[in-house]
Design a protein around this ligand. Structure first.
Ligand SMILES: Cc1cc2nc3c(=O)[nH]c(=O)nc-3n(C[C@H](O)[C@H](O)[C@H](O)COP(=O)(O)OP(=O)(O)OC[C@H]3O[C@@H](n4cnc5c(N)ncnc54)[C@H](O)[C@@H]3O)c2cc1C
Length: 378
């Protein structure tokens, strides 16, 4: 996006990438259909030490600007829940849409190129396996640390440090949770079960599907909350978010006093889950035997099931990196370093991380566009 924008404004642009193909993360995104943006993109959908930083770039190149590009390129797309937009056919359409203007405006793309050093004299000098290149402006767009198997590296962070820019500690985000001990064994026995829940942590809450896996918990609700979770935190899960559970239990007690609690709960939740929740034997009670206090305890358990992850699956499976180049180091309008004129950081390497749902690509497009325009106006 940045290269195409700058080249369309008449700049001579070279992209250096160590991968064997451009835009590999686009190709694997959204299950191969690329969730390329979100109709409801707003600064509230981003995590950053400075929540206002993303506003300028998002305003100047919005989700609707990207949708215009997609429609102009005749790419058919569809909307899924919460405003998420996906290609009908293939993520390749989005990649091709970005590569076409690069070709048209003469951008050179050097793939399979490792960068051994970068220094700054009156220009930036970039030493690569394909030769030495010099440029007035250098844009670092090396992404986050997730999926190292696909070529993700901490390169952007290393370069930021080399130029004495501050970093906000990167951690894996949009990532499944892992557990140890009894919790791990219990959750393992539920592997494959998926249900809609509200999961909360650190004053954030997401209502989406949650999936039990052999390692712990995954699914959209869990991925979303993982970007806020810190080691040592417990998460609270409302297993029946659409229901007034206490009222339900009182009414069942009146209507079916001889039914067992576990029978009643198994009508609301998967049976295997009820067995885990009722492992203290409480489920064997008949409804009429349960006091109001006990009904309240059961309500609290179902509304706020507390689990303490021991960690996450890490960058191996994370969709994004939370943290990165401190936004205080950059202009929000141009993405240029305040200390090093001509040096820009865009996309995921910056401490701006989107929620799940197309926001991370929108940040990449918006910040890339902002830097592309800024370079052309230097
Ligand atoms: C499995 C998966 C699915 C995703 N699905 C979605 C989705 O549907 N919607 C969404 O909004 N977001 C999605 N994301 C997140 C999204 O892919 C990223 O936020 C986005 O690609 C970031 O763009 P970027 O340009 O900053 O970095 P990237 O797209 O990661 O590009 C960085 C580039 O830098 C190159 N590079 C890295 N290190 C070096 C180095 N040392 N030398 C030379 N080149 C280097 C890489 O090869 C790569 O080409 C997904 C992520 C993953 C992992």
């Amino acid at each position: 996006m940045c290269a195409a924008t700058a080249a369309a404004q008449g700049q001579s642009v070279l992209i250096v990438d160590h991968a064997d193909k451009a835009g590999k993360k686009i190709l694997i995104s959204g299950g191969g259909r690329c969730n390329f943006t979100n109709r409801f993109t707003d600064s509230k959908n981003f995590i950053s030490a400075n929540p206002h930083f993303c506003k300028s770039a998002l305003a100047r190149f919005s989700a609707y600007d990207f949708i215009d590009m997609v429609e102009t390129a005749d790419i058919s797309y569809h909307e899924r829940k919460h405003g998420q937009l996906f290609c009908d056919d293939s993520a390749r359409d989005i990649l091709e849409m970005l590569l076409a203007p690069c070709r048209q405006h003469g951008v050179t793309i050097k793939l399979n190129s490792s960068i051994s050093s970068i220094d700054k004299t009156d220009q930036f000098n970039i030493e690569t396996t394909q030769g030495l290149f010099s440029a007035d402006a250098l844009v670092i767009a090396t992404g986050g640390l997730s999926i190292p198997k696909m070529g993700a590296t901490p390169f952007g962070i290393t370069i930021a440090k080399q130029f004495a820019l501050n970093i906000n500690q990167p951690v894996a985000g949009l990532v499944p949770f892992t557990f140890t001990g009894i919790e791990k064994e219990s959750l393992k026995s539920l592997a494959g079960i998926s249900l809609d829940v509200t999961v909360s942590c650190r004053n954030q809450a997401f209502t989406e599907a949650m999936l039990f896996t052999h390692r712990g918990l995954s699914g959209p609700a869990i991925l979303q909350i993982s970007s806020y979770w810190k080691p040592g935190d417990a998460i609270a899960i409302n297993l029946l978010p659409d229901m007034n559970i206490h009222e339900q239990l009182i009414s069942k007690k009146q209507l079916r006093p001889d039914a067992q609690l576990s029978t009643i709960l198994s009508e609301l939740l998967p049976k295997r889950l009820v067995q885990i929740l009722m492992k203290d034997g409480m489920g064997e009670n008949k409804m009429r035997q349960l006091s109001d206090k006990q009904l309240q305890t059961i309500t609290t358990l179902l509304q706020s099931w507390q689990l303490k992850p021991n960690g996450t699956e890490g960058y191996r499976t994370a969709e994004v990196t939370v943290g990165g180049v401190d936004t205080n180091e950059l202009s929000s309008k141009t993405l240029q370093s305040k200390k090093i004129p001509g040096l820009y950081f865009i996309g995921e390497v910056v401490d701006v991380t989107g929620h799940l749902g197309g926001f991370n690509f929108q940040w990449a497009w918006s910040s890339g566009y902002a830097a592309g325009i800024a370079i052309s106006q230097r």
